[in-house]
Write a protein that binds this ligand. Structure first.
Ligand code: CTP
Length: 371
């Protein structure tokens, strides 16, 4: 990025990530003053988007898309919801000191490269410490409690004692009137890291209380290992979906289904391999891994043994035996499946013979008289 100006600064995550030698995914630029007016005067820049009330602008310059924000202060008249913007064009110091942690409150001049550190972020980077900037930080924005966990796991940092205490105080007195969309974003980013340590801390430190006042007991199994072994597509929901009242979050249709199927698996008792097979077959891997926290051995039995069992004969094969399609087909498949679960070595010919036996018996019982 070649944009340089004495009033233009990199801020937040990008400064932190550069100091930590980590790759940053988005570039946050802040202009001390009005970023929209500034952007209009950049030679060869194309304005792509303007958000007047927020004082932000997106431009295209030399084929690159760049977001620039105006320095601003924020207040939280409705705690736990989106802040209200005020003082667009305020001094840089005010802008950075409204943020979550000292390590996210540093700025770097685009002109000189100088690091501006009003809150002691450099020292906290050295000591691997997560420290809030003021005592109301979690009350204003409780999603910062999850961000604290996310950064702790991502960088191997620890919150300082005071930050821990403020977190604990908030979790003893959660305001459930909050933006669940923002909470979901942070939970998703945290649990997508696939860390059992993150889940342990999330439960043991009562961070899950952000979602529910109910009690949740940490299952005594390692989800991280199961996820690494079976490679489900949607990782975050495996962790978060176990928490009571997760439905408060604006989950996708797919994620809702995963949570619902996990609850359904809990409604039943499994007395045989056949029952396990019938109830788990067709259920998404995510729900099955979640259920490992309830009954580990059932899940391992299914994933390691039963899941591989597939009948080789199809409806077409039964039709070729001269039997017209009917609801009896399903009964026949179930009959063969029960046999195959106890003897996985059955060949397709064995299955065909079993189908013949099944329909012969049905016919002699006078139930199936198709041909
Ligand atoms: N911020 C904050 N409180 C929040 C979210 C963000 O104070 N609840 C501030 C932080 O200064 C943060 C910046 O806004 O650095 C940008 O937010 P975001 O892009 O969400 O965070 P990053 O720090 O860039 O983290 P990530 O690398 O996970 O994107």
């Amino acid at each position: 990025m070649n944009l340089r100006d004495k009033n233009l600064y990199y801020v937040g995550g990008i400064v932190r990530d550069e100091l930590l030698n980590k790759q940053s995914f988005d570039i946050d630029l802040t202009y001390v003053g009005n970023a929209i007016d500034f952007a209009r005067n950049i030679k060869d820049a194309k304005i792509l988007q303007i958000n007047e009330p927020f004082g932000t602008v997106k431009i295209e310059l030399d084929g690159e898309e760049i977001d620039i924000a105006s320095t601003r202060d924020e207040t939280y008249p409705q705690k736990g919801h989106l802040p209200q913007i005020k003082n667009i064009g305020c001094p840089l110091k005010e802008d950075v000191l409204r943020r979550d942690f000292t390590i996210n409150a540093m700025a770097k001049s685009t002109q000189t490269g100088e690091i501006i550190d009003y809150a002691g972020g450099l020292k906290d980077i050295k000591t691997k410490t997560l420290r809030v900037l003021h005592d109301n930080s979690f009350i204003d924005d409780p999603t910062r409690i999850v961000r604290c966990l996310k950064f702790a796991i991502r960088f191997g940092f620890e919150p300082d004692e005071h930050t821990k205490q403020l977190q604990e105080e908030y979790l003893n007195n959660v305001n459930y009137d909050m933006s669940y969309k923002r909470l979901q974003k942070e939970l998703k980013e945290t649990f997508s890291l696939n860390s059992q340590i993150a889940f342990n801390k999330f439960v043991k430190n009562n961070i899950y209380k952000l979602l529910t006042p109910k009690t949740f007991n940490l299952p005594d199994i390692n989800f991280e290992e199961l996820i690494n072994k079976y490679k489900p597509h949607n990782i975050w929901i495996i962790y978060a979906g176990q928490i009571p009242e997760i439905e408060k979050l604006p989950l996708t249709k797919d994620e809702k289904q995963i949570v619902e199927d996990y609850h359904n698996l809990q409604q039943k008792k499994y007395n045989s391999d056949y029952e396990i097979y019938k109830n788990f077959d067709g259920v998404k891997l995510e729900s099955i891994i979640m259920y490992a926290g309830i009954n580990y051995s059932v899940v391992i039995n299914y994933l390691e043994n039963l899941k591989k069992i597939k009948l080789q004969i199809t409806g077409k094969d039964i039709q070729n035996l001269g039997i017209n399609p009917s609801s009896k087909y399903q009964e026949c498949f179930d009959f063969i499946l029960r046999k195959k679960i106890t003897n996985t070595k059955l060949t397709k010919q064995d299955e065909l013979n079993l189908a013949k036996d099944f329909f012969k018996k049905s016919q002699s019982n006078g139930v199936c008289k198709n041909k």
